[in-house]
Design a protein around this ligand. Structure first.
Ligand code: ATP
Ligand code: MG
Length: 636
């Protein structure tokens, strides 16, 4: 038995080399099978093949998954597919009595079916669990050195589990999983298409395991599995500019007619030989690709689209849901389409909590990757590079809740403002606008009370801008902004029984520093049942003029929900929280800066704050975008 590599041992080893790229390739060498482990697996497969051939004539046993897809890790499970197609044919022809067999053929069949248990079962009509029971019996009784045999028929792909006594190797046998053979070949193909694929996937898989985000829970559990993680890395590599990997649709176009493969009705065609691909024009190092992977996914909206490796883009939900594949697709907080079985979400088992942790772990990792400790070897013998990335997340990180917003709206419908570019021109101006938007939405759209914490706010304009021209433009915009942000006074405040809200001190505060904090109180569960209330409110009978401004409409929705709630419970604060907004620079200048909003619930706020925060993750970015793209003069 080979010892599994401990995190300490791994750290010791990878601290020795000179840079992160070298750490990554060393990691692959340390994890992948040794020659002896490879031999052991080959021998086991041979042994299974011999035994199964006895009982299921002409059956073929084929390994798939990490034993053969290029991402082996010492001790990983042995995934086997038992192909009984030919056995079915064999059984069918053995039964055909009206077709006389050649004498030789007949004797052969007789002698083979002596040992065969096929007389007990009709493979064509038997159910998968019935066949698996038989496979389990064969394993238990006839394969030497195998124990703990167990049929798991409840999984999406039912299997027989087993363990090889001497080596401790665990494995699964499935019989209806031909697609897995195709996707295994696809993973293998991609590892051979570019040499950066393996080190990256190993690093991401190990990182995710250390953060408790991934586990080998095929068929159950709320964590990502290694297959899904690998596809996420592939997608990321497809979306680099220039791409490191081609899209699956491009691969199909590159295939010869003879390579056409259709499994269970799904097109699984891609070329056999990765050498036929043009080498990628992308020259990014593994070190920077890994950092970029975290940067991309720290703010990725997994729920709003479906990640497609066929097209290397996120398919908008509205279109996708109408497609054939979309109708069967199991939507969840992470939507990752299988590259071949297009109606299958490979991350369908992932729950909200895991999705949130994935995002937070990516945020922490992205932040760390920007530090020198990641990029440079420590001269003082400290942990550096991948080592610190692989340390399980800190408890404080788990408390923090972050929403990232673009510093400038994606839709550039800003009229005369649109020539501005946030990374070159006035980041502070845009930051102020975003903050004004956030404050407006929390107070007027979601009916929270917010007071701005003056801490960290300076009056020192100089610190923001030293260029007189910029100063002037900034002032003009600021004026426009303050004019624009005069929303109607909060009617609710005048009503009896309304929250004893401190009058919002800032209608739309204009922060003049690089961070601003609000202390907020939420009074009503305004995130519950919004869709229904919105439908009622925006119907032609109740709103003949049809409220055109989405922010106004959303404000009315919150107001209606608050009123309903007031009838059933006293108006006490639900919970308190603080929000701290900061500008995050976009790294090495290639990326636009962002605004990070750090939410901290007051102590012991529990689940209700979590619900609110989940809702905000989707709602706030949309509303801020809306706020920013409405010209100030269009707002009343
Ligand atoms: P490891 O066993 O080291 O975790 P693996 O790649 O073998 O890695 P398994 O979970 O054992 O992962 O799955 C084995 C194979 O089954 C995968 O390589 C893939 O071909 C297929 N598979 C796993 N999960 C899914 C899924 N959610 N959807 C489709 N195919 C899957
Ligand atoms: Mg496996």
């Amino acid at each position: 038995r080979r010892e599994q590599l401990s995190p300490e041992k791994l750290a010791q080893n990878i601290c020795q080399v000179d840079d992160v790229d070298a750490q990554m390739s060393l990691m692959v060498q340390l994890f992948e099978f040794s020659e002896s482990e490879q031999r052991l697996r080959d021998l086991l497969v041979k042994l299974f093949q011999e035994v199964f051939s006895e009982f299921f004539p002409e059956s073929v046993i084929l390994p798939f998954g990490s034993s053969v897809n290029g991402f082996s890790v010492s001790g990983c499970d042995l995934d086997l597919f038992l192909d009984l197609e030919k056995t079915k044919n064999f059984q069918a022809s053995a039964k055909t009595t009206d077709k006389p067999l050649a004498e030789e053929e007949a004797t052969e069949m007789e002698s083979r079916s002596e040992d065969s248990i096929l007389s007990d079962i009709d493979l064509v009509t038997a159910t998968v669990p019935e066949i698996l029971d038989l496979v389990a019996t064969v394993l238990q009784k006839c394969v030497p050195g195998v124990h703990h045999v167990q049929v798991v028929s409840t999984a999406r792909r039912p299997v027989v589990k087993f363990c090889h006594k001497e080596s401790g190797l665990r494995g699964d046998i499935s019989i209806n999983n031909k697609l897995a053979l195709c996707n295994t070949r696809f993973l293998q193909f991609c590892t051979e298409a570019d040499e950066r694929v393996r080190p990256l996937v190993y690093a991401v898989r190990y990182w995710a395991k250390q953060q408790g985000l991934a586990g080998n829970l095929f068929g159950g559990g709320p964590l990502l599995n290694n297959y899904a993680l690998t596809l996420l890395v592939f997608f990321f590599l497809q979306t680099r500019s220039p791409p490191v990997l081609p899209t699956v649709a491009q691969l199909k176009d590159l295939s010869d007619d003879g390579e056409l493969t259709v499994v269970d009705g799904w097109d699984c065609t891609f070329p056999k030989d990765p050498a036929s691909l043009q080498p990628s024009g992308n020259t990014e190092s593994c070190c920077s690709l890994l950092a970029e992977f975290f940067r991309v996914f720290e703010s990725y909206n997994f729920a709003s689209g479906v990640i497609s490796l066929r097209e290397s883009r996120s398919l908008p939900l509205s279109d996708f849901l109408l497609s054939d594949a979309g109708q069967k697709f199991k939507m969840g907080p992470v939507n990752l389409q299988d590259p071949f079985e297009l109606s299958h979400n490979v991350a369908a088992n992932v729950n909200e909590k895991t999705a949130l942790r994935l995002q937070r772990s990516c945020q922490d990792a992205a932040k760390y990757c920007r530090s020198l400790q990641y990029q440079r070897k420590s001269s003082k013998g400290k942990n550096w590079g991948l080592v610190r990335l692989f340390q399980p997340g800190s408890p404080q990180a788990a408390e923090r809740q972050v929403i990232l917003l673009p510093l400038m709206p994606a839709t550039q419908s800003l009229g005369s403002h649109s020539e501005l570019h946030p990374s070159r021109d006035f980041p502070q101006l845009w930051f102020r606008r975003v903050c004004a938007g956030v404050s407006f939405i929390l107070q007027h759209v979601l009916k929270c009370s917010c007071s701005e914490n003056s801490q960290g706010l300076g009056d020192d304009r100089e610190s923001l801008s030293s260029d007189p021209e910029e100063e002037e433009q900034l002032n003009t915009r600021t004026e426009q902004l303050s004019v624009g942000s005069k929303r109607p006074p909060d009617v609710e405040d005048a009503e009896l029984g309304s929250p004893p809200a401190k009058k919002p001190r800032t209608e739309c505060s204009l922060p003049e520093a690089e961070s601003v904090t609000w202390d907020c109180t939420a009074w009503h569960r305004v995130w519950l049942g919004r869709r229904r209330v919105r439908r009622q409110i925006s119907s032609p009978e109740t709103d003949p003029k049809r409220t055109a401004d989405p922010l106004e409409l959303e404000g009315k929705v919150s107001e209606a929900i608050s009123q309903q709630e007031r009838q059933t419970r006293p108006v006490d604060p639900l919970f308190g929280f603080t929000v701290c907004a900061m500008i995050r620079d976009g790294g090495s200048g290639e990326h636009d800066p962002q605004v990070s909003l750090n939410f901290t619930p007051h102590p012991e706020q529990g689940a209700v704050f979590q619900d609110f925060f989940h809702f905000l993750q989707g709602f706030l970015p949309r509303m801020v975008e809306q706020y920013l793209t409405t010209k100030p003069s269009d707002r009343h």
